[in-house]
Design a protein around this ligand. Structure first.
Ligand code: 6PG
Length: 254
């Protein structure tokens, strides 16, 4: 199976990166709503995506907020911390504060990971059921998100796929709870098969502390499994890397 080569776009800085992501989000949402009446997106946590969410919801002078059919967009999450929805570490809380509380998204369109349940395994099972119901999945079928937004840490983690985690080899489950030793906490995450079944994945990566990892993920030995972000490549879809100049500084381009 020939997987698509990543589309790599280098932007001047974080603001330009967020603007490019917002334009891509608007284009894809508009096209999906025109073609099938709704748009499904899985949001990422992290500081880089947060700037995008704020931009999409900003009403002054920018062309996004009033051009998005918010009532036709269904919001999911690529991963979540094992905390209640009002906790400052919650990815849902971050998206609510930066975007969802400022725009007219019907509550039934917000499909958060209900991480308040103290049993992280149950949280994952419940979210898997949410996906099965919404996408009307047959037993072995994978959900196909129109868009999945991802960030990446300096260690190459993405969503909550951390180096050495058993989730990296998960062949079947859609959602898993994974213990992350360095945080001494559970995370709940979509698995690689679900991420790689998306119609489009956009990585948003900014900052020089990620330059070596960006180079390693995009331009080093294809067999190296050290960085989970290397596992992410849609089997039938687009892979877009939006990186700022600092994060792209070690890439050989052109
Ligand atoms: C999370 C994200 C995580 C994030 C990376 C990069 O829950 O925090 O899913 O994978 O995208 O840690 O975060 P920054 O964009 O803040 O560097």
């Amino acid at each position: 199976m020939i997987r698509p080569k990543p589309e790599i776009r280098v932007l001047a800085g974080p603001e330009e990166l967020q603007w490019a992501a917002a334009e891509e989000f608007l284009r894809q949402a508009t096209e999906a709503v025109r073609e099938k009446g709704f748009f499904t997106v899985a949001l990422s946590g992290g500081s880089t995506p947060r700037g995008l969410y704020s931009l999409l919801a900003t009403e002054e002078k920018v062309p996004f907020r009033d051009r998005l059919a918010w009532d036709k967009i269904h919001f999911f999450w690529g991963d979540e911390r094992h905390v209640p929805p009002e906790h400052p570490d919650s990815n849902y809380f971050m998206a609510l504060e930066s975007m969802l509380s400022k725009v007219a998204v019907p509550p039934e369109n917000v499909h958060r990971i209900k991480a308040e349940n103290p049993d992280a395994g149950k949280v994952a099972e419940e979210y898997e059921e949410t996906l099965r119901e919404f996408f009307g999945l047959a037993p072995e079928e994978l959900p196909r998100f129109d868009l999945i937004l991802l960030g990446m840490g300096p260690d190459g983690h993405t969503a909550s796929l951390f180096p050495g985690s058993e989730v990296l080899q998960e062949p079947k489950r859609l959602v898993m709870a994974t213990w992350v030793e360095k945080f001494h906490a559970y995370r709940i995450t979509l698995t690689p098969p679900v991420l790689n079944n998306a119609a489009c994945i956009i990585f948003l990566v900014s900052g020089k502390e990620k330059a070596e990892t960006v180079r390693a993920v995009l331009q080093s030995d294809p067999l190296s499994k050290r960085y989970p972000a290397r596992l992410i490549c849609p089997t039938q879809g687009r892979l877009v890397w939006l990186v700022d100049r600092s994060a792209a500084s070690l890439l050989r381009l052109g």
